[in-house]
Structure formats: C-alpha cells, structure tokens
Design a protein around this ligand. Structure first.
Ligand code: NZQ
Ligand code: ZN
Length: 385
C-alpha cells in the first residue's frame, strides 16, 4: 500500500427529515447565502424547507447555478457575498451547486484573480468561507470531498481544483429529496459514481486489500441497484443506498494509499466543455475505450475486476478482460446511457478538437503512469467513435 494522509472533516447527517438539523449546524448569528440551481430546489419545496430551518437568520438567495457551473455566474455570487458581508454559504442541489459553492467560498476571500484558483489546481487557496450542503442528487461525491470543477464559458475550459479548505462543514443527505429527480439524472448519478470507483481501482495492484474490497462492494451495489432504481423510483431503501454509495465513491475512503487514473474525467471534461454533453455521459463514452487502450498496464486489476465484480472465470486472460469491459458497457447502456461518440453526432473531426483542447489545458500526461499523452487520448476517442 502507498503512504497516505487521510483527512475528512465533513459531518454527514443522513436520513429522512434531516434538513431541520441545519438549525443546529449553522451559527445562529450567521449571515447566510443559499445557493441553488435553475428551478428544482424551489419547485420541490426543498428550498422552503431549508429556509424554514434557518429560522430568523439573515438569508439571501442566489439562484441560477447551471449544470457544469460557470465561472461567469459564480463570480456574480462572489460579488454579492462581498457586498452583503455574507459569512456562511449553504448549497442546495447536486454536484454543480456544491462545486460552485466551493468556488465561491474560495474566490470571495481570494486575493488576486479568482480564475487562478483553477489554473493552479487549487494550490494557491489559503483561506475559504465556511459552508454546508443539502444534497439533492447523488452522483459526484462533492458533498464530502475537497474537489470542485468549474467551467469558464468564454474559454470553453472546464477545470478542476482541490483544496482541504473547501470540504463542506456538513452535508445533509435526505434520500427522499432524490425522489423528484428525472430518470436521466438518476442514471447519470449511477454511472458517475461507478466511474469514480473504477478510476481509483482499475490501475495496478499495491496490496491495498481494504480499498480493493470496498471498491468492489461499491461497484457491485451500483450494478445491483442501478437497474432497480429505474423500475422502482419510489423505493426509499434503494435511494438511500445509492446516495451513500455515491458519497463513499469519492470521499477519500477507497482512494487512500492506491494509484489513481483520472484520465476518463479529464477527457470527459473537454467533451462537456465543447459539446455540452452531461458529465456522466462523457464518462460512459470514454471509460470502456480507455480500458481497451490501456489493458496491458491495467492487466492485473482488470482480471481482478472481471473475477470479483463480474464473476467472469472462464476463458483466456484476454477474453476475460474483454468480457469485463463488454459488461461495463452493457451496464451503462442498460442505464440508458450511450457509450459512443456517434450517439452525439460526433466524428473524427471532433476528436481532433478534443485532443487540441487537452493539449491547451496541459492534460498531456494522464493516467496512473502519466503515459496517456495526446496520441493515446486520440486513440481512446477514436475507439469510442
Ligand atoms: O438546476 P436545477 O433546476 O436544480 O436542476 C438540476 C440540474 O438540472 C437537477 N436536479 C438536481 N437535484 C434535483 C434535480 N431535479 C429534480 N429533483 C432534484 N432533487 O439535476 C440537474 C443536474 O444537476 P447537477 O448538479 O449538474 O448534476 P451532478 O450532481 O451530476 O453534478 C455534475 C457536476 O459535478 C462535477 C461535474 O463535472 C459536473 O460539473 N463533478 C464534481 C466532482 C467533485 N466535486 O468531486 C466529481 C465529479 O466527477 C464531477 O466531475
Ligand atoms: Zn465524475
């Protein structure tokens, strides 16, 4: 196992009717900004419930954070935070709203040009405002991690940053708040969480038995419950388990002490920035092709994945690996998510554009061995056509 330094300060309040607990989690004299997305928080009544739990505190609302939150919108929130001397942020939404809130938390107290937070991958963040979240879409793990992804529309750049100062102080996870999700977002969440796990698991073995078994258990839970949630959307237990899986997939637990390969995400971010494809949908396109193209380097873990996750025990090593990749694709497709660029009318000319953007953003040495260069990215995207 590799050395690691594990820190996660986020308090989780999980279960039905937990929004009321916000009252005990936010300082009573806080000046609060509630940040949310387009319309769902208002329509579903979650916003009202949150406001009620804040009682008589000074509260302002900031709405309109888009899926794949933009720097342009978030900077308006930053200006409002500064003008109104807001001292606590509360995100109500999915990964986009929570990521956006993390950026606002860092940018509002940042000395200098806030875009540098992204170009430095978060390294230059030295302070951040306190904030909490109410999660309404299980997918990204943002509710319990220190990462955020922000898009600058004018540059067609979607970049991540991480910093320990942007862990939420608390996150409320009430599975009943996910009943209103459209099926497309439910499926996206399952696939996003699945890929987060594979990116911390499908690399090379380092004898991290606990992380491996945790990862395999989480993957199997998604494989079991993903299709079930589509036919039983009102089932509380399925929702609750999916919510916790998505959080566990990217809160550090399975990622400590093991190599990571975030190439699928970095390539996927370019597809979203250029063609506005939902985040999880980009991952379903890239991951199977990436596993094919990197199967020599990932051979041992792919065989372990075939055996322990998919129970594939017959055939040659290559046949078992190919079968595991085929099962992965079939799982994404069964969730209603296509696994090819052609499903979005993209062809070889678009592949060129994506590769250029990867180069522009310095994404030229991706993967656990740093050997996914632009040529390899091109091969992956071409295989995904
Ligand atoms: O905008 P509203 O009207 O609120 O609608 C949202 C949005 O359109 C809707 N929604 C959310 N909760 C709902 C609901 N609709 C009905 N009922 C509810 N309870 O769902 C739509 C999508 O929301 P969004 O927050 O964009 O989805 P998701 O949670 O998948 O977040 C995606 C973003 O997270 C980033 C992605 O890159 C993307 O920008 N990621 C963040 C990560 C992190 N911080 O660690 C890791 C991930 O890999 C990911 O990259
Ligand atoms: Zn993701």
């Amino acid at each position: 196992m590799l050395n690691f330094n594990y820190y996660n300060p986020t308090r989780i309040r999980f279960g039905k009717d937990t929004i009321a607990e916000i009252d005990s989690l936010v300082p009573s004299d806080a000046k609060v900004m509630i940040l949310f997305g387009g319309s769902s928080a208002r329509k579903t009544g979650t916003l009202d419930e949150v406001k009620q739990s804040l009682g008589n505190r000074f509260v302002v609302e900031f709405d309109g954070i888009e899926p794949n939150p933009t720097y342009e919108t978030l900077m308006k929130a930053v200006a409002q935070v500064r003008e109104q001397n807001i001292d606590f942020l509360l995100a109500v939404g999915g990964g986009s709203v929570i990521d956006g809130t993390k950026f606002v938390a860092a940018a509002a107290v940042f000395e200098g040009e806030p875009w540098d937070i992204l170009t430095s991958w978060g390294a230059n963040v030295t302070q951040a405002m306190p904030f909490g979240s109410v999660l309404t879409l299980p997918a990204t793990g943002s509710e319990m991690n220190n990462a955020s992804v922000v898009t600058r529309k004018s540059l067609q750049a979607k970049l991540p940053f991480r910093n320990d100062l942007v862990y939420p102080q608390f996150s409320i996870l009430d599975p009943t708040k996910t009943f209103t999700l459209p099926e497309r977002q439910v499926a996206n969440g399952v696939v996003d969480a699945f890929v987060h796990i594979t990116e911390q698991y499908l690399t090379y073995p380092v004898n991290a038995a606990v992380q491996d078994r945790f990862a395999e258990g989480l993957l199997q839970t998604l494989i079991e419950l993903g299709p079930q949630v589509l036919v039983k959307p009102e089932d509380y237990d399925i929702r609750a388990n999916l919510m916790w899986v998505a959080t566990m997939a990217l809160n550090g637990t399975i990622g400590v002490g093991v190599p990571h390969d975030w190439a699928t995400h970095m390539i996927g971010h370019e597809l979203t920035a250029l063609y506005d494809i939902d985040h999880a949908r980009t991952l379903a396109i890239v991951l199977p092709a990436l596993l094919q193209c990197t199967k020599e380097a990932k051979r041992e873990k792919l065989l372990q994945y075939a055996d322990r996750v998919w129970h594939i025990n017959t055939g040659t090593d290559d046949e078992r690996i190919d079968a595991a990749i085929a099962k992965t694709k079939a799982f994404f497709e069964a969730m209603g998510i296509p696994t090819h660029l052609s499903a979005y009318d993209l062809d070889a000319s678009h592949v060129d554009h994506v590769v250029k953007q990867l180069e522009l953003h310095g994404m030229v040495a991706l993967g656990e061995h740093g050997n996914i260069d632009p040529t390899m990215s091109r091969n992956i995207l071409t295989l995904a056509l």
